[in-house]
Ligand binder design. Structure first.
Ligand code: UD1
Ligand code: CA
Length: 460
């Protein structure tokens, strides 16, 4: 393998986004545009990655915060050739440089590998694409007869005849470093935009007798850039559609592939079924036979085999064991670990707690900072009072406990093995094992008590 340097051009301000956020930090699938490109670049195992960023975009290196990158500031921004020129001191003497755009996030690794294979230490390789609507793009000039590439002409500098050409420059190219060191300092800005065009190196290559090869992406969407929120939304949908197709091809059942959003990575086992409008964020791992109900949101979650998540459940940073039943309308918050066959029902919130095999909290309950043993039944309306307004405290509920409905457990407190708690209790002290504990005002009746009657006004 030859020495590979990668330069990512990302100095553009992105005026048409109408945002204070630099363009390359806008998100596709929950990740900045630039991070998509960096991920793809990384997959090519380059020796170096330079990112060109612009004035006013200091938030870009701060947000991406990656020490392995070489950040190169371009100020002022005098064109793509000028941008690459700023990186020259960092480019190796030998080897090749791949130029990518920070606002073209969906380019595939396979396409770039093909482009790199097309290039060599001696020749230039351009990624070009035939477009039905080529306006705005640089056009690829080819010699009549031989079909050899001779130049790229920018739309603004092109003649009417040249504008009829549909083969366009994606901007992505691979050039030998030796050539870049030679050519870039010779670029001029005598053109319609008074810019130093990187594309002018193509004519230089042709003149110098350097071979110019073209490769093409498998899909046009790979080379689409983002200049506006409309284009951002378009790329988001393309990405989601591709991800959904990938899941279908792996055997996942999607009720509707156009109604799933994966903002990260979703790994599914066999026979997984996902109903409509589910969102997956971060890393989500789903075991065999899991079913996920409509409108559920899972973020950094592992769900083991045969569990059912019923609709409208929100689960974050949690591990869900085998054969559990979650929801509908469950909220599982960070730090939660559920063993197998655990039931967490409607309007139940669980935070930073572990629940052992076979235990159930089916209705209207808050479980926070709690360790629950096996085969525990938590009645409806149970609250672990874990917070005194300043500090958080632990609740421990041992195996085979039964907690009656509408109980408050004032932490720190331990409910010993086999305890039964009477409904409506406020438990402030540890309970003895295998006993009934309750705290309840005695029931009484007031003899002869009369219900108040509404006073009637005089009739009009
Ligand atoms: C460029 C190409 C054009 C191609 C098109 C594909 C040139 C001269 N033209 O045109 O042939 O069809 O891309 O989209 O290269 N950038 C910098 N610094 C600068 C200028 C640009 O970093 O001084 C970055 C931008 O942030 C962007 C990329 O380079 O990521 C392309 O810049 P842009 O202005 O969009 O180039 P185009 O004029 O569209
Ligand atoms: Ca552009």
């Amino acid at each position: 393998m030859q020495n590979l340097n990668i330069v990512i051009l990302a100095a553009g301000l992105g005026k048409r986004m109408y945002s204070t956020l630099p363009k390359v930090l806008h998100l596709v699938a929950g990740k900045p545009l630039l991070s998509h490109v960096l991920g793809t670049a990384h997959a090519l195992s380059p020796q170096k990655v330079c990112v060109v960023y612009g004035h006013g975009n200091e938030t870009v290196p701060k947000t991406i915060a990656n020490n392995e990158l070489i950040w190169v500031k371009q100020e002022p921004q005098l064109g793509t050739g000028h941008a690459l020129m700023q990186c020259l001191p960092h480019l190796d003497e030998k080897g090749i440089t791949l130029v990518l755009y920070g606002d073209v996030p969906l380019i595939r690794v396979e396409t770039l590998q093909m482009l790199i294979t097309t290039a060599s230490a001696e020749n230039l390789a351009l990624l070009t694409v035939e477009l039905n609507e080529p306006s705005g793009y640089g056009r690829i000039m080819r010699e009549i007869g031989t079909g050899k590439i001779s130049a790229i002409v920018e739309e603004k500098d092109a003649s009417t005849a040249q504008r009829q050409i549909h083969e366009t420059n994606t901007g992505i190219m691979v050039a030998p470093n030796a050539c870049l060191h030679d050519w870039l300092p010779k670029l001029e800005n005598k053109n319609a935009q008074k810019e130093y065009y990187l594309t002018d190196i193509v004519a230089m290559a042709a003149t110098a007798g350097v071979k110019i090869e073209a490769a093409h992406p498998s899909h046009t969407w790979e080379v689409l850039g983002v200049n506006s929120k409309v284009q951002l939304a378009t790329l988001e949908r393309i990405h989601q559609n591709e991800y959904a197709n990938k899941l279908l091809e792996q055997g996942v059942t999607l009720a509707d592939p156009s109604r799933i959003d994966v903002r990260g990575q979703l790994d599914c086992g066999k026979d997984v079924e996902i109903d409509i409008n589910c969102i997956f964020e971060g890393l989500v791992e789903i075991g065999d036979g899991v079913r996920i109900g409509a409108n559920s949101i899972l973020k950094n979650v592992k769900v083991e085999a045969d569990t059912i998540i019923f609709p409208f459940s929100l689960i974050e940073n949690a591990d869900i064991g085998k054969s559990c039943r979650i929801g509908p309308l469950a909220r599982i918050r960070p730090g939660t670990k559920l063993a197998s066959k655990v039931h967490v029902g409607n309007f139940v919130e669980v935070k930073n707690s572990s629940i052992a095999t076979g235990s159930k909290a089916n209705h209207l309950t808050y479980i926070g900072d709690t360790t629950i043993g096996k085969n525990v039944n938590v009645g409806a309306g149970t609250i672990t009072c874990n917070y005194d307004g300043a500090n958080k405290f632990q609740t421990i509920i041992e195996d085979n406990v039964f907690i009656g409905s509408d109980t408050q457990l004032i932490a720190p407190v331990k409910i010993a093995k086999g305890s039964t708690i009477g409904a409506g209790s406020t438990i402030t002290r540890d309970t003895p094992p295998e006993e009934l504990t309750l705290s309840r005002a005695k029931q009484m009746s007031v003899a002869g008590w009369k219900r108040p009657v509404k006073k009637t006004r005089g009739k009009e």
